[in-house]
Design a protein around this ligand. Structure first.
Ligand code: ADP
Ligand code: ADP
Length: 234
């Protein structure tokens, strides 16, 4: 996992109609290995904040440190899952999961456990209940299954830091609940640091060690809640 420190982070978008301040003076420290949810109304700056920490966007205002090092762009060991899965329709399920390794040119002999990439992809698919779906294509899957594939594609990068922006936002209630249990099982197994954006307080409380509540105009942190509920562990 990774420790994250934000000090007086602000974000101002320049738009045609003038500057829009999306974040105001965000200071917070997140512990390595923790599961942190960010909740708040639409437009309060959740995605903006996540994008900055994930290095998908930058700001000149304030500092963001990961393991003590100031970041200003993408960082190795990050993986991101968005609300809308971005699977490639012309690739099979397993080839979608393998995509990041192909892009990074990572082959099996560079891994300590010497499992082939395909073996690892299969294991991950099995972990999310998609054993037997390796050779299907995205259009043959339900929304929940597609999002599970997107999660596998993130996990195959062995991220130390996993970012999720409303990953279950487009799913029906039952699927969403199953996904929450799956995600918790995965988190308990792999122990990454997780930053999870959601509209749902229920999801946040179920999944997190800590819930950051934001409010808008401009986006700021208004509550920082530690959750000490016993969570399912298996
Ligand atoms: P949330 O994720 O909580 O819905 P966002 O981070 O998407 O909030 O947006 C925060 C504010 O910044 C909103 O007012 C939004 O309209 C504005 N915003 C987000 N992205 C951009 C952008 N690329 N350009 C201009 N304004 C933006
Ligand atoms: P979310 O609430 O999940 O952040 P939005 O619909 O607010 O989704 O934003 C979707 C995308 O549009 C994001 O990439 C965001 O940065 C961008 N965006 C949001 N508001 C604006 C804006 N006012 N101007 C330009 N881009 C924006």
């Amino acid at each position: 996992g990774k420790t994250i420190n934000l000090d007086q982070v602000e974000k101002i978008y320049q738009t045609r109609t003038g500057p829009v301040q999306a974040l105001s003076k965000i200071s917070v420290n997140l512990d390595s290995g923790s599961f942190v949810s960010i909740v708040g109304p639409s437009g309060c700056g959740k995605s903006t904040l996540m994008n900055l920490i994930a290095g998908l966007d930058t700001t000149p205002h304030g500092s963001i440190r990961i393991n003590g090092e100031k970041i200003n762009g993408p960082v190795d060991g990050n993986a991101v899952v968005f609300q809308k899965d971005v699977l490639l329709d012309w690739r099979s399920v397993i080839d979608n999961v393998l995509l990041p390794l192909e892009i990074q040119g990572i082959s099996w002999w560079s891994r300590p456990n010497r499992k082939t990439n395909k073996e690892r992809a299969k294991e991950l698919l099995e972990l999310v209940g998609l054993k037997g779906f390796e050779d299907k294509y995205p259009h043959e899957l339900s929304g929940g299954m597609r999002q599970r594939v997107a999660i596998c594609r993130a996990l195959i990068q062995e991220p130390e830091l996993l970012f999720m922006d409303e990953p279950f936002g487009a799913l029906d209630a039952l699927t969403r609940e199953q996904m929450m249990y799956d995600l918790l099982r995965i988190y308990n197994k792999y122990k990454f640091t997780c930053i999870f954006i959601t509209h749902s307080i229920e999801e946040a409380v179920f999944l997190s060690d800590r819930v950051l509540v934001m409010s808008s105009r401009p986006g700021k942190l208004v509550k920082d809640i530690s959750i000490n509920l016993p969570r399912p562990r298996n």
